[in-house]
Each structure stands twice: as structure tokens, then as C-alpha cells.
Design a protein around this ligand. Sequence first.
Ligand code: DX5
Ligand code: ZN
Length: 210
Amino acid sequence: MKIAPSVLTADFANLENELASIKSADLLHLDIMDGHFVPNISFGSHVSKCIKKATKLPLDIHLMVTNPVEWIKDFSKANPEYITVHIESNDAHQALHLIKELGIKAGITLKPDTEIEAIKEYLYLVDLVLVMSVEPGFGGQAFMPSSLDKVRKLKELRKQMNFNFLIEIDGGVNGSNIDQVRDAGVDIAVIGSYIFNQENREKTIKDLKK
Ligand code: DX5
Ligand code: ZN
């Protein structure tokens, strides 16, 4: 299982060193929030491009914005590996096609209260399904174990329909639930505060990968 630290909880006054402290991770998760789709504002494409210059890790951009179609071209300039949009945002289908047209892997994500039914018609198209295990908007929230039912269902669907999207989980993942997360079939775990609240992050990432 791959580990994708979320920089949302990092010390932005010290970002270059923060990024250097998580070099052994597999991807870097960038939480983009517009203050409208979620009640929080994080950072934009300029910061994302600066982050790209300061890390060797592939970028995994999670757009928590009402109108992703307006932002995808801008964020594509940070050369991410993935751009993921919420099924609850406007024109999600058009957004997914735009991401693919730009040669970037496309992800779809759903809030805890949204059923898998809502994304089923896009599973043929996407490279990644991001299951939210917290209500989007903030780091440091408690993990919602019910999200693992969605992970198991997605794993089954992927097998039945012969799709090849990866399954990612995001929110409240830590050292005490990582085994359940792995056993449910998650391919990439997004982890923010649990990693950035530790002193020795490389050791934390190593232990999470065990
Ligand atoms: C929440 C974000 C998550 C969150 C993860 O809206 O999508 O990526 O920052 O952080 P932790 O691991 O602290 O829940
Ligand atoms: Zn996220």
C-alpha cells in the first residue's frame, strides 16, 4: 500500500524542510479548497507549482472546489500525476474528460454521505477512486470506519467489471487503523496530521508501510 502525505497540516512557513522530511513517501497529496465547496480555504496553483519544484514525489491533487472545470488547466501546470474531482461538484463528468485530455490521470471522489451508486457510471473512465473517510474540509478529524465498506464494495466492483482504477482513502488514517485500511484493499492511503504531528516522519512512514 502506498502512502501519500497530505501537506494541509504542514508548516507552510517552513515548507521546503517539511517536504524534505517526508521523502520516503510514495505520492504527495495536495488538498485544494475554495472556501465554497468546503468551509475552508487552503492554497492554489501557484503554491502547487512551487511544491512541484521542491519535491521529487508525484503530486496527487484533490480538488475540493465547486467548479473544477474552471481550475483544471491551471493546476495541470504543476504537472501532477493525478487530479481528483468530487462527484458532488459541478460538471464532474466534463472535468474528468478535461483531466484525461491533458494527459493526467483522473480521479473521482465522494463524500462520506454519498453512495457508490453516484460514481458507478464513471468507473470505466477513472484511474483512481478516492474514498473520503472524513467530511472534506479539514485535517485532524476522526476516521469514519464505514468508509471501509465502500472500499470493499469498490474492490469487488473493480474485479467484476474488470476495471483498473486504484482505490485511495483520505482522512483520519493513522497508526492504529492502518492495518484495517490495508486489509480492506486500499492501494493508497492519504495521511496528513498523523505524519506531520510526528517528529521522526521517515520512521512513521516506514512503520505505516509495514
Ligand atoms: C480533508 C482532506 C484530507 C485531510 C487528511 O478535506 O481531504 O486529505 O487533510 O488529513 P488527516 O490525515 O489529518 O485527516
Ligand atoms: Zn484530501
